[in-house]
Design a protein around this ligand. Structure first.
Ligand SMILES: C[S@@+](CC[C@H](N)C(=O)[O-])C[C@H]1O[C@@H](n2cnc3c(N)ncnc32)[C@H](O)[C@@H]1O
Length: 378
């Protein structure tokens, strides 16, 4: 059996890496989490557990917390061999972490202070990226079942009543309202007491995938006094490269248009591709000539907003940390570029709008300046 390393799942094929969500934590983030936990004065009586531990990256915490009990589990036997070799003091099990979730299952005492660490498997079973290799391969308790293993993991930490949860997860679990709702049972019981945002491409073997924001977060259990989505919208997030951003400081096109296919029809018929987030916009089409089951009918009154999406895709230079945002704009100043975006989109989408005059340099510059102001707005 080929062994993994502590910080990289090199023993797995690409297909299995996707199916198990096996992207191991870089050492740097284990160290950061260690410092956060240290600041919380975690005592030696606390149990530190990673229930999807892979090669055991997080067990390097024993350098800071040498006297604590460590518990590890993973479904991947070969990854556990690595964890066993480098961290022999850990009590390891090899079982599906998502069925019959309880402290007993992992050998954690009911009275123990519990610190869950790790980086759960993220595997959005509905996402179109990589869905050719994703398989539903094990049972999941109904009360933690979601469409993404990472979100199910987050819910399992609440089920285990962890006192602290120090994990890495896609920022989209917090900032996308539908994801937040699906994991609300966790968030309503946990405060976010420390965090840092980084690019998913920092994980080994991901450089060819589009980067998206990942949050390394320390949550503290505070039953019923945790996070609401309103809190998330008002929160300022900080990145490893010194940037910060806040959801509520921008307007979003998605709040003013139809994002998904529906029964509304208009004359003339203009079709646009389903809207998700900025990363999806980068991958997908905008205006469409043929109706498909992903087509949205454009309300002609709102054509400038759709043209703005088309121009945003064309001109915006997007930092990775905005990748899961809806497309932002500034509503109050949109009129300045409304005509410009229509001219540019009509010119470039000939198959939809026919022949139109070439937009001027001034129009293009105005759009680019507007977009860069929107993107850099903190
Ligand atoms: C993103 S990796 C993280 C590994 C480790 N926690 C770290 O931080 O480096 C996710 C791990 O979840 C494991 N995993 C996936 N499905 C699982 C399941 N049903 N039960 C237990 N572990 C699972 C994978 O084998 C993989 O090792």
């Amino acid at each position: 059996m080929k062994m993994s390393s502590i910080n990289s799942s090199t023993h797995l094929t690409y297909e299995n890496r996707i199916n198990f969500g096996s992207f191991y934590t870089p050492q740097r983030y284990v160290d950061i989490v260690g410092q956060w936990l240290k600041a919380e004065n975690i005592g030696s009586d606390a149990v530190i557990a990673d229930i999807t531990c892979g090669g055991g990256a997080f067990f390097a915490l024993h350098k800071i917390f040498p006297d604590n009990q460590y518990i590890g589990n993973d479904i991947d036997q070969s990854a556990l061999l690595t964890a066993e070799k480098y961290f022999p003091f850990v009590n390891l099990t090899c079982q599906n972490a998502f069925a019959d979730v309880s402290r007993d299952k992992f050998g954690i005492s009911h009275s123990a202070k519990l610190i869950i660490v790790g980086n759960p498997p993220w595997n959005d079973t509905t996402s179109i990226i990589n869905n050719s290799v994703k398989k539903d391969i094990f049972p999941i308790d109904s009360d933690i079942k979601t469409r993404d293993l990472g979100m199910s993991s987050i819910l399992s930490y609440n089920k285990l009543q962890a006192d602290y949860v120090a994990v890495l997860h896609p920022l989209s679990y917090l900032i996308k309202q539908t994801n937040f709702k699906a994991t609300e049972d966790f968030f309503k019981n946990y405060e976010l007491i420390n965090h840092i945002i980084f690019n998913s491409q920092e994980f080994a073997n991901t450089s060819k995938m589009t980067g998206f924001p990942v949050i390394a977060a320390l949550y503290k259990r505070h039953e019923y006094y945790g996070l609401s989505y309103q809190d998330v919208k008002r929160m300022t997030f900080h990145t490893t490269d010194g940037k910060s951003f806040c959801l509520s400081k921008r307007d979003y096109i998605a709040d003013y248009i139809d994002k998904y296919p529906n029964n509304k029809r208009y004359t003339p018929e203009i079709l646009f591709y389903t809207q998700r987030d900025i990363n999806a916009l980068k991958r997908c089409r905008t205006f469409m000539t043929q109706r498909t089951n992903a087509s949205v009918d454009v309300d002609p009154q709102k054509l400038p907003l759709y043209c703005y999406l088309d121009c945003f895709k064309r001109f915006a230079d997007i930092p990775y940390y905005l990748g899961n945002f809806n497309v932002p704009f500034i509503k109050d100043t949109f009129d300045i570029i409304a005509k410009d975006v229509v001219a540019v989109s009509k010119y470039y989408n000939r198959s939809v709008f026919g022949e139109n005059p070439n937009p001027t340099e001034k129009q293009i510059t105005r759009i680019k300046n507007y977009i860069s102001e929107v993107v850099s707005y903190r």
